[in-house]
Design a protein around this ligand. Sequence first.
Ligand code: PLP
Length: 396
Amino acid sequence: MNQITPSRTARGRLFFANPGPTNIPDSVLKAVAHSTVDFMSPEFLTLYDGCMEGVKRVLKTQQHVFFYTASGHGAWEAALVNVLSPGDRLLIVETGYFSEGWAEMATALGIEVVTVAADWRQGVDMKNVEAALAADTEHRIKAVGVVHNETATGVALPIPEVRAALDATGHPALLMADTISSLACFDFRMDEWGVDVVVGGSQKGLMLPTGMSFTGVSNKALAAHKLSTMPKHYMNWSAMIVRRHKSFIGTVPVSIFFGLAESLRLLEEEGLENVFARHHRLARATRAAVRHWSGNNGPELFCANPQRFSDSVTAIKMPEGHDAEALRKLCYERFNLSLGGGLGPLGGKVFRIGHMGDLNEPMVLGALAAVEMSLQGAGVPHGKGGVQAAMEWLAG
Ligand code: PLP
C-alpha cells in the first residue's frame, strides 16, 4: 500500500506540476545512482571541479561559489551569517511568502530588518526602494535582500532595477538575491547585474533532488565577510575556501554532484538561452489557459502586473467562495496531477502550476487539461476552452 496516497489508485505517471521540487530527468536519476566514491579521488575531483565551473557559468559569474548540504534555507542562512553582524541592518524588498521567510530568519539571527512594502500581486514600486536607500544617508543598511522570483505568487522582480537604485543613490550596501526558483529557468546574470550574494538551490531549474544549495559570492561580499562577527561554523566561508573543495566542512555529498554534472550537461546541450525560451513558451501557454478560465468569473492570474510575470510558476487565484485545496485534491486523486498550493495568507485561495525544469509542451497541456476537468468537476465557474487557448499559443 502506498502510504502517501492511500485514497487513490494511481495509474500512469504522476504529472508533477509543483513549482519545486521539479521533475528529475531520467539521465540525472541514473547519474545520482552512481556507486559511492572517495570524494578526494582524482576522478571525483575532476567531476567536482567541472560542476563548480558549470554552476559559475549558469550564475554567469567568474567570482566564488560555495556549496552546502542543505536545502535553500541553508543557503539563505549562509548568505546572512557570512556577511552581516548582529545588529546590522538588512533591507528586504517585499515580494511575498519567501521574502517574509528570509526576513524572519534574519530577525531570528539578530539582524535588524527593514522592509520596503509591496503589493504581492503587483510587485514593488522601485521608487520606494530608491527612496529607502536615499533616506539612509548614514549607510546603516549593510545589505539589500531580494527574491528574484517569488514562488508563492508567480511575480518576478527585475534585479537590474534594484542595482540601478543602489547605483543612483550611491549606496554601498551589498545586493543579495534569492534565485531559488529563477536560476536556469529565466535570465539571471550575477556579475553583469552587480549581485554580491546569490542564493540558489538544487531542486528547481537544476532538476536535481532537494538537499544541495549554494551561494555565488562576489569579491566585495568576500571582503565584507572578513568583518562579519555573526557566529558561524559549518557554513563559514573562511573555513570553506581553504579546503580542497572550497566548500563542505564535512563529507562531500558525492551522489548529488554526479547528478549535477549531468544536469549541467543537459542545460548546456540545450543551451541556456533555449532553456529560457522553452520556459517562456510554457509559461505563456499556461497564462493563455488561465486568462481563458477567468471568463465567466473564473480563476484568474494572481500576478496583476504583466511586466513581472514569472516564467517558472503561475499562481492562480480562485474565485470567491471556492477552495483551491479542494481543487488540488481533485486533481491529485482523480487525475494523478500534483499542483502547488497557496502559501501563507494565500492558503486555500491560490493554487500554483510550476512550469520549470524538465518539462515540455505535452506535459504542460496534460496538467492544464487535468485542471480544466477538475474546475468542471468541482463546479468552479470558468471560461471553457483554456487548454485550447494554450494549444493555439503553442501551435502558433
Ligand atoms: N526561496 C524561494 C524563492 C523558494 O521558492 C524556496 C522554496 O521553495 C525557498 C527560498 C526555500 O528553499 P528550501 O525549501 O529549498 O529550503
